[in-house]
Design a protein around this ligand. Structure first.
Ligand code: MG
Length: 389
């Protein structure tokens, strides 16, 4: 087995980050923590540092450091994007688990890919905003990108070893979220608590709201174009409320290969960390006889306009996916803080995208970051015109 792989966990205090640490803790012979990076939750980061004893920990802001508490001797504390870059690019780091939310980890993770580190990718923004740059950096550095998102992990497992020209399409499954059977009028009145009530997966607040609007699935379509080198026209979405089939790949001979399992993020996380091996996770076993009544439905694009907006952004390329992501993030934030209604989220994103100009043909990473900022401003302007619910 060799030395344990040194993992830098970005977003260690978030939902995926904590699951990753749970996996790492269960296999001390295989993994150790090289670095931990978090946003503002310094208290939890301090607790994690005492437990896992990484060489480096990183906080987004220096002023949160006071809440870290007493750290093990020799722990270095670094800050911000530069600190994160240092942590992920350190010689000792083998694998970067990219699960930080937002755009702060885009440049550090690209830098790590260029150095050939394994990237276990959970952060959607990385591929949605900067897919081309990350894929190019990984190619240049000989880095592997292993998806952590359950759907993309499923596709990865179903597509590995097959010829790309034999693939007809990828079918991403979606649970449909808590409003799958609600009318538009009911969705207009939906509370934050209702939007956060995801039926099958337990996740952070932002991604739970994205699952309720189906924007999460839209972002996953964009992710899939980069991860698997396929155009958006070859990626479909189906609603599968039971969340057992995590996604499938259809081949030209009529075969479909799907990956199934219980909804537990430790499975895709573990696979991304240990690929090509599989970890003995010892989770509750799959019981086919208790899993009858699997259903698949076409998503309703009228009630869930986010899906069509995401496809349009994927087709437009350039800075459009970054604008979509940024506009959505601001709108979701406004919904969570009670400033707009649930159904306003799509309206805000729609207005950002309606006037969006994609930018020049060969966009740079700076163009993408500028687009991110402009789309945020456009979204905030639109929100300021909405009457508080
Ligand atoms: Mg997913």
């Amino acid at each position: 087995m060799g030395l344990p792989k040194a993992v830098a966990v970005l977003g260690s205090t978030g939902s995926v980050g904590r699951s990753a640490l749970d996996v790492i803790a269960r296999f001390p012979g295989r993994f150790r923590v090289a670095a931990l990076c978090a946003g503002k939750n310094a208290k939890m980061l301090g607790d994690q540092a005492r437990r896992f004893r990484p060489a480096v920990i990183c906080l987004s802001e220096e002023r949160a450091a006071a809440r870290l508490g007493r750290l093990p001797a020799g722990t270095r504390v670094v800050f911000g994007e530069q600190g994160m870059t240092e942590a992920v690019c350190a010689k000792a780091t083998d694998t970067v688990l990219a699960a930080a939310s937002g755009v702060s980890s885009v440049r550090p993770v690209i830098a790590a890919a260029r150095l050939g580190k394994r990237i276990a990718l959970a952060n959607k923004e990385l591929l949605v905003m900067a897919g081309r740059f990350l894929v190019e950096a990984a190619r240049a550095g000989g880095a592997r990108i292993l998806p952590v998102d359950s759907e993309h992990s499923a596709v990865f497992q179903a597509i590995e070893g097959h010829r790309r020209e034999d693939v007809l399409r990828i079918i991403l499954t979606a649970s449909g979220g808590p409003f799958r059977n609600r009318t538009l009028r009911q969705m207009r009145e939906a509370t934050v608590a209702e939007a956060l009530g995801h039926p099958t997966w337990r996740m952070g607040t932002k991604i739970s709201v994205d699952s309720a609007t189906l924007m999460n699935k839209g972002l996953e379509v964009i992710e899939a174009t980069w991860l698997f080198g396929l155009p958006p026209s070859k990626i479909d979405v189906t609603i599968h409320p039971q969340s057992v089939v995590h996604s499938m790949v259809e081949y030209r001979d009529g075969s479909l290969i799907a990956q199934l399992g219980i909804p537990d993020m430790r499975i895709p996380i573990g696979y991304a960390l240990s690929y090509p091996e599989r970890l003995p996770l010892e989770l509750p076993r799959f019981k086919p006889h208790r899993m009858d009544g699997w259903t698949f439905e076409t998503p309703d694009r009228r009630r869930f306009p986010a899906l069509s907006m995401a496809y349009a952004a994927a087709e437009a390329g350039r800075t459009a996916p970054a604008a979509l992501n940024a506009g959505n993030e601001v709108a979701v934030d406004a919904f969570l803080s009670g400033r707009i209604r649930f159904t306003d989220i799509a309206k805000v994103v729609e207005s950002v995208m309606a006037g969006w100009r994609g930018g020049r043909r060969n966009v740079t990473l700076s163009d993408v970051f500028r687009a991110d900022g402009e789309a945020r401003e456009a979204a905030m302007r639109r929100i300021s015109f909405i009457r508080r619910p």
